[in-house]
Each structure stands twice: as structure tokens, then as C-alpha cells.
Design a protein around this ligand. Structure first.
Ligand SMILES: Nc1ncnc2c1ncn2[C@@H]1O[C@H](COP(=O)(O)OP(=O)(O)OP(=O)(O)O)[C@@H](O)[C@H]1O
Length: 426
């Protein structure tokens, strides 16, 4: 059994009296086969009714662990990110915390009121109006009718749906339903807020409003768990994070290191090449367009291959190639896309736009691009590399993946600014 102390815990220990959620070795199993699942459900109920005990720590045929021995704590006012690929167990964990399903083993201690924002418009009845849903939803979350009446106008104003408040929720757009769900959840002033990708919906103005509101209720002591596939949201909001893979807790601790580990795993899956190095198999002459890229890598100024780039450090991008003839006027292009978050294309460099048309001799050579400072912030990137002459394309590599690391805290920024400091006496 894996316990919390075996994991990579990097968060500074805090006062445990402040813990609003304590999850200890929680496991949950599911069965993929519906018929069997129903059969297991009925036999479990029968066993419990007849006073027998069932072994819930073992798997029966076709069962699997959606969560296995997960432990962590959430403290008052803390924001915790929950990351992992599809099917990692994030929603299952949120459903367990919100009390929708019970774990098979382990224990959960919760202090205070939990507001789950688990699915868009969750808890809303589509045929009821927005007004009726506000009353229904907020009373389920623990508010009295009087309290709801007092907060009603604020909720409607926050959700910006005053004109549609008496229309059935099924006529709302997904953005409107999300806004209403968010407004209800934050206005009950919960002790714990569970947010599952909800902030991904809505326009930028509303997203910013949500973030401001979250910061406001957090100051008052609300703790929250944020699930998102967007690393930048998690990095910007959460100081600690949990990384789940196939139901296992892989890392728990300070957000930056958890996100890096998660992204590295994501990017390494499905590739034989180490990050930052790529060796391509030689092409038969019949398939070659006259020049073939043989390998791609980054090197330090001494010519040693780098496993990753460092923000602010010097590096050389090297493309080794094989030309079948002498070539003049070649142009190397590099389109760098961030695989972290939703930034997309971050840098587009071509030797042509730098007034550097390349002359490549027949045989093997290495094209080098020197970067005096790497201005990319820590994260995982993918570069598309091409070598062309005019519109004629010699060779293209679609995805050369590499990581950028840093000795300083710069991952929450969009780029690295090289700098030096001085104090000048006057
Ligand atoms: N009621 C259920 N019955 C059977 N299997 C289930 C059930 N609910 C979830 N699962 C399975 O449990 C695993 C974890 O699912 P979960 O929804 O928690 O993942 P997730 O990390 O939230 O994924 P995503 O990022 O895609 O939302 C998945 O393999 C899923 O198919």
C-alpha cells in the first residue's frame, strides 16, 4: 500500500488543524461490464443486509481500480490543482469528495460545506426556470430560503442572465448555464469548492470575473480543488497539486514540479525518442527530395548534447542533414508550439527572415542556430522543422519535442526576459 510519505511531497508542512479535507488511502473500483456490475451491486447489498462483510480491497472479474490508495490534505484557503490524462480518476475523486459515491476503502474527513461544480449546469433541472433552479440548487447546497432570497439578486447579476431568469434552463446556452452554476456555487460561500473544467467555458471577460471572485472567496477562507487540462490555469491559481495516473497518485506537492512531471509523462508517451533529441531513419534515395534531415538536437556551447533547454541559458539548435547535391538559398524554418496550456504557436523562426539563406554542401553537414539566451519559459514544446528553397520543400519533421527548465521561478510568465541587476550610487 502506498502512503502519503512515499510520494514526492514538496509542500511545506502546514497546520493540520486547518485541514478541511483529509483523504486517507482512498480507493474506488468500477466494473466495465454492466450486467456484472448490477450483479455485484445486488450481492453487495445482500451481504451487507445479512450482516456479512465483503472484501472491498480485492478486485472481482472485470473490475478495475479507478482510484487506488489516494491520500492528500486540503487546508483552509488553499487551492489544489488536480491533473491527469483522460480516465485518470479526477472526476471519480471529486464525486467521492462531494458525497455522490462512496469509496471502497480508505477514509475521508470533510469539515464544512462542499459546493461541487462538477459538470456544467450540474444539479439544474432543465425544465425549471433559472429562478426556480437557483432556489432548488442553493437549498440543496445548504442555504435556507431566507438566505437564498437575500443573495438572489447578486447571483443573477453575477451570472448576467437577468433577462432570461424566468425562462427554462434548457433554453440557455452552455455558457449561460455554466455562469449560473458558478454564480450559485460561489454565492453559497462554501468552505470547499470543487471545480471541474468549468472555468474553461464562457468568454474571457467572464473567466476573469470568475478568477476575481475565486480570489475573493479564497481570502475569506474557502479552499478549492480545480481540475483542468490547462496547466497554465493550474499554475496561476493553485499552490499545490495532485497528479493522478490510472487511479494512482503519482505526485503530490508544489504545483510547478507536479505539472512538469505530468507534462513530461504526457509528452514522452508514444515516442521512442528522448525529449530534445531526434534521430530519423535514413530515407531511400527514391523517396528523398535532395536533402534529408538525419537528426535534431540542442547542444551547449561546448558541443555537448542537452537533454533540455534552460530559460536564459545559451544553446544551439542543431539539424544534421544529408544533401545529395550542393544547395544554395536554403531556408530552415522552426515553428515552436507550447504543449503546456492553450498557448499554441509561441515562436516562428526562419533563417530566411533573418536574412540568412543557407548554403549546404553535398554530403553530411549540421545547420546550427545559436540562441544566446533561451527565452522560452519552462514547459514542454513541440517544434515543426522544415528545410525549403523557395516553395520547394526538401524535408519536414512534424514534431520535435523538447522541454525547457529553469533555475528561477518563471513558469507563470509567458516568456523569459534575460536581465542583469545593479545598484548605482548617485
Ligand atoms: N460509473 C462508472 N462505471 C464504470 N466505470 C467508470 C464509472 N465512472 C468512471 N468510470 C471509469 O473510471 C475511470 C476514471 O474515470 P474518471 O471520470 O474519474 O476520469 P477523469 O480523470 O475524470 O477523466 P477525464 O479527464 O476524461 O474527465 C475511467 O476509466 C472511467 O471509464
Amino acid at each position: 500500500m502506498t502512503s502519503l510519505k512515499d510520494k514526492e511531497v514538496a509542500v511545506a508542512p502546514k497546520d493540520d488543524n486547518e485541514a478541511v479535507i483529509e483523504i486517507n488511502d482512498v480507493s474506488k473500483k468500477f466494473c466495465r461490464d454492466l450486467k456484472r456490475s448490477l450483479f455485484y451491486g445486488v450481492t453487495d447489498i445482500a451481504t451487507e443486509l445479512t450482516g456479512g462483510s465483503r472484501r472491498s480491497d480485492t478486485l472481482r472479474t472485470k473490475e478495475f481500480w479507478a482510484l487506488k490508495d489516494v491520500s492528500f490534505k486540503l487546508r483552509k484557503g488553499e487551492a489544489l490543482g488536480l491533473v491527469g490524462s483522460n480516465g485518470a480518476g479526477k472526476s471519480t475523486l471529486l464525486r467521492i469528495i462531494s458525497g455522490l459515491i462512496k469509496p471502497d476503502t480508505g477514509s475521508i474527513k470533510i469539515k464544512g460545506r462542499v459546493a461541487p461544480l462538477i459538470a456544467l449546469g450540474a444539479g439544474f433541472n432543465p425544465i425549471l426556470s433559472g429562478r426556480e433552479n437557483i432556489y432548488a440548487n442553493m437549498s440543496i447546497l445548504g442555504l435556507s430560503t431566507q438566505q437564498i432570497r437575500e443573495r438572489f439578486d447578486e447571483v443573477v447579476e453575477f451570472a448576467e442572465i437577468a433577462e432570461a431568469i424566468d425562462a427554462p434552463v434548457q433554453t440557455y446556452s452552455s455558457g449561460m448555464a455554466a455562469r449560473l452554476g458558478f454564480a450559485c456555487a460561489v454565492h453559497i460561500e462554501p468552505d470547499i469548492l470543487l471545480i471541474d473544467e468549468v472555468l474553461a467555458v464562457g468568454d474571457i471577460k467572464f473567466k476573469m470575473k470568475c478568477h476575481r471572485k475565486l480570489a475573493e472567496i479564497r481570502k475569506k477562507g474557502t479552499a478549492f480543488i480545480l481540475v483542468s487540462h490547462n496547466s497554465h490555469s493550474i499554475l496561476n491559481v493553485c499552490e499545490s497539486s495532485v497528479y493522478l495516473r490510472k487511479g494512482q497518485l503519482i505526485t503530490y506537492g508544489e504545483t510547478e514540479s507536479v505539472i512538469r512531471r505530468y507534462e513530461e509523462d504526457l509528452c514522452l508517451s508514444g515516442t521512442d525518442n528522448a525529449l530534445g533529441q531526434m534521430v530519423l531513419s535514413p530515407k531511400p534515395k527514391a523517396e528523398s527530395n535532395g536533402l534529408d534531415i538525419l537528426s535534431l538536437s540542442f547542444k551547449d556551447p561546448q558541443g555537448n548534447t542537452l537533454d533540455n533547454l534552460w530559460s536564459g541559458e545559451s544553446a544551439y539548435f542543431c539539424a544534421e542533414c544529408q544533401a545529395h547535391e550542393d544547395i544554395d538559398g536554403a531556408n530552415l524554418g522552426m515553428l515552436i508550439t507550447s504543449l503546456s496550456g492553450e498557448m499554441g504557436l509561441v515562436l516562428y523562426i526562419t533563417s530566411n527572415s533573418d536574412n540568412n539563406l543557407l548554403s549546404i554542401n553535398k554530403g553530411r553537414s549540421e545547420i546550427q542556430m545559436h540562441m544566446p539566451y533561451c527565452t522560452l519559459t519552462p514547459g514542454i514544446y513541440s517544434a515543426k522543422i522544415y528545410i525549403r528553397k523557395g516553395v520547394y520543400s526538401f524535408d519536414i519533421v512534424d514534431s520535435f519535442r523538447f522541454t525547457v527548465k529553469s533555475n528561477r521561478t518563471v513558469s507563470r510568465c509567458l516568456f523569459y526576459q534575460p536581465r542583469e541587476w545593479a545598484v548605482v550610487s548617485k
